[in-house]
Design a protein around this ligand. Structure first.
Ligand SMILES: *Cc1c(COP(=O)(O)O)cnc(C)c1O
Ligand code: SF4
Length: 456
C-alpha cells in the first residue's frame, strides 16, 4: 500500500512536547491559579470535588486569558465555577473544604450530590445497545441506521475536561491492548453483519487520548475488503483544541497521520469530527498546523460544538469561529443544544436564544460556512433541528425538523411545537395546534417496548 510521506516543518524540527495534566489536587500548585483570591481557590476546591476538572499546560498557557478571570470563556470551559452547584450544595461543600475534613468525608458528600445530576441522559444506555450473537455489545451504540457509534475502551478520558460534560464519567481503567483486540473484533464482526452501516464513528471521551498503536488495532480491522459497504471512518475528538500536539509533536504523531492516510488509501473518507468551542482554540500556530497535517494526510476536519452559556453564547463568536474554520480548510458541521446533564442550569441556553445566536451568526457568513446545521438537539427520538419560529393562523410556533431519526423514515420530517421562550430541550415542548402529542411519540413508545423485551 502506498503511504504518502507526511511533510511538516514543525514535526521535523520540534522535539516531542510532553503533556502535563493538572487536577483538583493541584489547585494550590498551578502557577496561574495563584493569582486568584484565597476564597476563589476554596470555591474551586468545593465545586471540583463534585465536578472534577482536568486541564493541561497547553490549555493553561495558550487558551485561557488570565487577565479576564473568571469571565474568560476558556476558563469557564475548563474550570469549575461556583454557579455550577446549587446554593445548598455549594455551601455544604465549601464548609467541608474550609473545615479541612478528610478526603473520604468530602468524597461521600460529593457522590451524594453527583448522583442527582443525571450523568446518563437521553435513554442512551437502554435504547441504543446493539447485539451480536444475541448478546449486548459493550461500547457500541447503533441509533441511526447508517452510523455505528463506537466507544473504544482506552479512549474514555480526555486531554482536558469540559465543565459542562459528563462523558468522561464512563471511564474505566483496564488492560488497554488486550481489551482493544477483543473489542475491535466485535466491532468488525458487527459491521460485517450489518451491510446498512456506512459509517463508524469513534467517540469517547476522546479516542485520540489513545496511542496510535492502540487506535490502529481498531481501525485496521475496518479496512478489510469484506467491509466494502463501510464508506467512512470518523473520529470525534477535542484534541485539535485541547492538545493539537497530538498531530504534530507527539512521539507517534506521524504514525497517526499515516493511519489516516491508510484509511483514505483504502477508498474511504476519514473525518475528524473536531470539537471547537471558541475561535481562540483555532488561533495558535500548533492548532493550525494540526489541521493542516490532518488535511495533508487526506483527512477532512468537520467541526461541531454545543452552544454553552458563559462560553460561546454569542452570534459574533460563532461567526468568527466558522470563518476561521473555513479559512483553515475545515468544515463547519453542527451547532448542538447542550443536553440535559450535569450543571445544566448554569450552561443552558433556551431554544429561542439558540436560534437567535445561530441565525445571527449565519447571517454574517458566506455559503462556505453555511454547511453548518443547528441548533440541533440529540434527543431520544433523534437529532432534532430547531429550524425557526413562525406564526401560523395566529399561533406562534417552533418549526422543528428531524435531521436523524430513530426510525430512518423520520429524517427530514418537519413538525411544530408551541412557542415557549423558556424551553431549552425537546421534552419541554408541547405540540402546536392543539394536538395531544407529536407525530413520532406513539411509534417511539413501541420502539421502547420492543427494546425492553429484547434486553430483558
Ligand atoms: C450525531 C450522531 C450520529 C452521527 O450523525 P450524523 O448526522 O451522521 O453526523 C450517530 N449516532 C448518534 C447516536 C448521534 O448522536
Ligand atoms: S472533550 Fe468531549 S468528551 Fe471530553 S469533556 Fe469535553 S465534551 Fe466531554
Amino acid at each position: 500500500m502506498a503511504v504518502v510521506p507526511i511533510h511538516s516543518p514543525i514535526a521535523h524540527s520540534a522535539t516531542p512536547v510532553k503533556l502535563k495534566i493538572y487536577t483538583r489536587r493541584d489547585i494550590d500548585r498551578i502557577p496561574e491559579l495563584q493569582g486568584l483570591t484565597h476564597e476563589q481557590r476554596h470555591l474551586m476546591k468545593a465545586v471540583s470535588a463534585v465536578l472534577p476538572f482536568r486541564v493541561n499546560d497547553y490549555v493553561l498557557e495558550n487558551l485561557i486569558d488570565w487577565s479576564n478571570i473568571p469571565d474568560d470563556p476558556m476558563f469557564q470551559l475548563t474550570f469549575p465555577q461556583p454557579g455550577m452547584l446549587q446554593d445548598g450544595h455549594l455551601e455544604r461543600m465549601l464548609d467541608l473544604v474550609k473545615r479541612n475534613v478528610s478526603h473520604g468525608e468530602i468524597q461521600a458528600a460529593a457522590r451524594e450530590i453527583q448522583s442527582g445530576l443525571n450523568p446518563h441522559p437521553a435513554g442512551q444506555l437502554e435504547l441504543n445497545v446493539p447485539t451480536l450473537d444475541a448478546r449486548p455489545l459493550e461500547g457500541m451504540q447503533h441509533k441511526y441506521r447508517e452510523t455505528v457509534l463506537f466507544f473504544p475502551a482506552a479512549g474514555q478520558t480526555c486531554h482536558a475536561y469540559c465543565t459542562y460534560c459528563f462523558r468522561w464519567a464512563q471511564f474505566v481503567g483496564i488492560d488497554e491492548l488486550r481489551f482493544a483486540a477483543r473489542q475491535a473484533d466485535a466491532l468488525f464482526r458487527y459491521v460485517q453483519e450489518h451491510p446498512e452501516v456506512r459509517s463508524v464513528l469513534f467517540t469517547g471521551g476522546d479516542p485520540l487520548v489513545m496511542k496510535t498503536k492502540v487506535l490502529r488495532k481498531y481501525i485496521e480491522r475496518l479496512l478489510d475488503p469484506s467491509l466494502e459497504h463501510l464508506e467512512s471512518i470518523r473520529i470525534g475528538t477535542k484534541a485539535p483544541a485541547y492538545w493539537p500536539h497530538r498531530f504534530v509533536a507527539d512521539e507517534d504523531s506521524d504514525d497517526l497521520l499515516r493511519l489516516f492516510d491508510e484509511v483514505v488509501e483504502s477508498g474511504r473518507n476519514l473525518a475528524l469530527m473536531a470539537h471547537f468551542s471558541h475561535p481562540r482554540e483555532l488561533e495558535t500556530p500548533v492548532a493550525r498546523e494540526a489541521i493542516r497535517r490532518v488535511r495533508s494526510a487526506g483527512g477532512v476536519v468537520r467541526c461541531q460544538a454545543p452552544l454553552i452559556a458563559h462560553v460561546n453564547d454569542s452570534a459574533d463568536v460563532w461567526a468568527e469561529m466558522w470563518r476561521s474554520q473555513v479559512r483553515l480548510g475545515a468544515v463547519p458541521y453542527y451547532m448542538f443544544v447542550e443536553r440535559d446533564t450535569g450543571a445544566r442550569e448554569y450552561f443552558a441556553v433556551s431554544l429561542a436564544r439558540a436560534l437567535d445566536v445561530f441565525n445571527g451568526a449565519y447571517r454574517q457568513v458566506s455559503g462556505l460556512e453555511r454547511t453548518v446545521r443547528g441548533p440541533s438537539m440529540s434527543a431520544t427520538p433523534g437529532k432534532v433541528l430547531v429550524d425557526g419560529v413562525a406564526e401560523v393562523h395566529g399561533e406562534k410556533v417552533f418549526a422543528l425538523k428531524f435531521l436523524q431519526g430513530r426510525d430512518p423514515a423520520w429524517a427530514g420530517q418537519v413538525f411544530f411545537a408551541r412557542y415557549d421562550p423558556h424551553a431549552s430541550w425537546l421534552d419541554h415542548l408541547k405540540p402546536a395546534f392543539g394536538q395531544d402529542e407529536f407525530f413520532f411519540e406513539e411509534e417511539l413508545r413501541a420502539i421502547r417496548a420492543r427494546h425492553r423485551r429484547q434486553l430483558d
